[in-house]
Design a protein around this ligand. Structure first.
Ligand code: NAP
Length: 299
């Protein structure tokens, strides 16, 4: 994906007025974020005098940036890589999801203080349902144990029957399993190494596989966390968090085995709809936001 150009995406640009309510996304880098066109399309569609701007914030300057947003009257902001943990530390109050996940991707600036929320978990849950992969009662295999996996495991912990986290660095999977077992979890949570032997052992009972590693993401498009010589279980729905490209090597393997598949666009859209609804207190125009993301990803 090349950065969107103003010519191709002119219809997604906000009109800024003195009365305009401001939100944005803090990242470093932030050029490739699809959140500005996604939210601006929603504001325009609903006729809201709001604007969403990209904010390039150096990691060391996060405290000043957050204080600055408050001083400038912003309603809120998203935080993307590498700022989610820093935002978590800078707010006055955390939602239960942000606290359990240990990171905040959404800031709500209210008169009574700064609220930090994490919309990745609810976004993932909404995306799973939309893809007709409800997590209830499922035996989920989560590949990876990084930041996104924390939100995914938190979301699955209260609904799936079991969650097994497999990671290249197995110690990180164990730390995540321990942390999420302490949450109000109904699922049993296990951890192990992301290798052929362990995958083959768990593949027989998995009925949902979630890739949270960047394997398959541009530019590693030929890579997959699932070994080519290990048959993918056809009963296991496959949700890949990667959305660039939308058809990953893992999804091709799962599809060839006859399994249901979904790319990560739904999670991307719904982490955004959750933030939109928190800030504006009105239902997000989901299809408008999805179309804006698709338009950007196709440029
Ligand atoms: P992260 O915190 O850096 O974690 C990356 C994870 O992938 C770690 O568990 C890491 O294992 C593993 N990994 C990395 N390279 C690997 C390799 N070559 N082989 C095996 N495992 C490898 O990253 P993140 O923030 O969780 O993001 C992960 C992916 O999710 C990215 O592709 C991101 O774009 C995507 N994502 C999508 C959404 C969405 O809305 N769809 C939201 C968030 C993230 P180690 O612990 O061993 O390093």
């Amino acid at each position: 994906m090349t950065p969107p150009t103003l010519d191709s995406l002119d219809w997604l640009r906000p009109n800024l007025l003195g009365s305009t309510k401001m939100v944005g996304v803090m990242g470093w880098p932030v050029e490739h974020s699809v959140s500005p066109p996604m939210h601006n399309a929603a504001f325009r569609h609903l006729g809201l005098d709001w604007a969403y701007v990209p904010l390039a914030v150096r990691p060391a300057e996060m405290p000043e940036a957050v204080a600055g947003l408050r001083a400038l009257g912003f309603i809120g902001a998203n935080a993307t890589v590498p700022h989610k943990r820093m935002l978590y530390d800078l707010v006055d109050e955390l939602t239960p999801a942000a606290r359990a996940i240990g990171a905040a991707n959404t800031l709500h600036i209210r008169p009574k203080g700064l609220l930090g929320h994490n919309t990745d978990a609810a976004g993932f849950q909404r995306a799973l349902r939309e893809a007709d992969m409800p997590p209830e009662g499922r035996h989920a295999l989560v590949l990876g144990a990084g930041g996104a996996a924390r939100a995914v495991v938190y979301a699955l912990a209260t609904s799936a029957a079991s969650v097994t986290i497999l990671n290249r660095t197995p110690e990180k999977a164990e730390v995540l399993a321990d942390a999420m077992s302490a949450a109000p979890a109904s699922a049993s949570i296990e951890a192990g190494p992301l290798d052929r032997k362990t995958l083959s052992r768990y593949a027989t009972r998995a009925d949902l596989v979630v890739n949270t590693t960047p394997l398959g993401m541009w530019p590693q498009v030929e890579r997959s966390p699932w070994p080519q010589d290990l048959p993918y279980p056809r009963e296991a729905s496959c949700y890949d968090l990667v959305y660039n490209p939308r058809q990953t090597q893992l999804l091709r393997q799962a599809q060839a085995a006859g399994a249901a598949i979904s790319d990560g666009l739904g999670m991307l859209v719904h982490q955004g709809t959750e933030a939109f609804e928190l800030w504006t207190q009105q239902p997000a125009p989901v299809e408008v936001m999805r179309a804006a993301c698709e338009a950007v990803l196709e440029t």
